[in-house]
Design a protein around this ligand. Structure first.
Ligand code: AKG
Ligand code: FE2
Length: 410
């Protein structure tokens, strides 16, 4: 039923590429000195949010070492899937180690074409794969005794990191620290741009965040005769405050095969901006809607398949800033005066850890309220109801394919 109804809705058209604001973070000295963000950065960010753009570029962000991450990551991705599987964690839903989206995993497992072109992953029917790590100070070394980290539910957010080799561990761990600093600096600029104290969200993202760094690999695509493979990443939004993306400079921004952000009823390609690692893309995540009572909206985005003329592998590196999972999914008192007030003052706010699918499902299963088989459908209903209560848009993604399901990604 559901699939048939979705099939009647025409897919959104492709619009012109975004031209985003550049927020100059001026090297982050101000961030490390705990000073206010530069006025120029705040002004550029304010222009972006006044135009309701869910993304912008950041320059002079202090992030380096991503070439080492890509080099070590590529050496891992180019191994056979039988070897990579040893670094999968849980059911590939813990944001650790080697992961594939569930429908991509099914495609890969059923794939039996004879393919000669492309990388090892192309030949094994892999559409997209990623390698993911959580906060190294918590997710490595001895187990914490604090139940915040070590309880059965806490482990869902603080699963152990899994490393295939020291090269990848060293490169990603260094990049993690730099990306984290640039993300928190970005959030401080954002708070100032909303007219609030720049540290209004610090309590949520400093001591108890569970952010992750992930290297995404989209191999050269094999197009089987008469069938099209699933797209590189279905429409979704990230369960984050902000996501920082390092993307390769490409010449195919108008030809697909890259990141697109939805704007009304069109998908608009997002140019990598500057390139050479000089500029990162910032996207707003879904949590920012809860933290600002809908003043800001998360970016609905996807990664499309390339045109034949641009069919080559693509790498991107994402830092997903995830706040304290036990904090209410509502504006903290430091931000509340600067964002719209809630439609209902008696509204009960879930904690942040319940907003995303994996956190909610595991909570429901641990509490014995759902089996793993019915938890996903129950989450969907709960999410729609929670968003509706706050007056947030539904974020229904229209697609012909029943496996084009955003909740498979969040
Ligand atoms: O590869 C990209 O440009 C975007 C990746 C993405 O959306 C994600 O990792 O959540
Ligand atoms: Fe994403």
């Amino acid at each position: 039923m559901r699939t048939r109804w979705l099939a009647m809705v025409p897919p959104p058209r492709l619009g012109k590429p975004w031209s985003l604001e550049t927020v100059d973070l001026e090297g982050l000295a101000w961030y490390y000195e705990k000073a206010a963000p530069p006025a120029g950065a705040v002004g550029a960010c304010r222009r972006a949010i006044e135009r309701e753009e869910p993304a912008w570029w950041i320059a002079n962000h202090g992030v380096d070492g991503l070439e080492a991450v890509k080099g070590a990551g590529t050496r891992f991705f180019d191994r056979q899937s039988a070897e990579k599987k040893a670094f999968a964690v849980g059911a590939m839903d813990r944001s650790r180690g080697w992961e594939l989206y569930p429908h991509h995993r099914r495609y890969h497992e059923r794939f039996d074409e004879e393919v000669v072109a492309g990388e090892q992953s192309t030949r094994e029917g892999i559409i997209a794969e990623r390698f993911v790590m959580g906060p190294p100070d918590i997710c490595e070394g001895g187990d914490s005794l604090d139940p915040y980290f070590s309880s059965a539910w806490g482990r869902v957010f603080f699963e152990r990191n899994a490393w295939p080799n020291d090269d990848l561990r060293e490169a990603m761990t260094k990049a993690y620290g730099k990306m984290y600093a640039a993300s928190v600096a970005t959030v401080r600029v954002l708070c100032a741009a909303l007219g609030a104290p720049h540290d209004a969200l610090d309590d949520l993202v400093i001591t108890r965040h569970h952010s992750r760094l992930q290297l995404n690999h989209y191999p050269t695509v094999h197009f089987p005769r008469g069938r099209s493979p699933p797209t590189r990443a279905n429409a979704h939004y990230d369960t984050s405050v902000v996501t920082l993306l390092a993307r390769e400079p490409t010449d195919d921004e108008n030809r697909r095969g890259g990141l697109e952000i939805r704007d009304g009823d069109v998908w608009r390609p997002v140019p990598a901006g500057g390139g050479g690692g000089g500029v990162l893309t910032v996207q707003l995540g879904s949590l920012v809607e809860y933290l600002t009572n809908g003043r800001l909206r998360g970016a609905t985005h996807r990664v499309s398949l390339p045109a034949a003329s641009h069919n080559r592998r693509r790498l991107s590196c994402a830092f997903v800033l995830k706040p304290d999972y036990m904090a209410p999914a509502a504006p903290p008192p430091s931000l509340a005066p600067f964002v719209p007030s809630s439609s209902s003052s008696s509204d009960h706010h879930p904690v942040i850890g319940l907003v995303g699918r994996v956190g909610w499902q595991n909570h429901a299963i641990l509490a014995g309220r759902h089996s793993s088989s019915d938890a996903r459908a129950a989450f969907k209903l709960w999410k729609l109801e929670m968003r509706a209560r706050r007056g947030f848009p539904k974020n229904v993604f229209f697609s012909k394919r029943s496996d084009d399901d955003p909740d498979l990604i969040n």
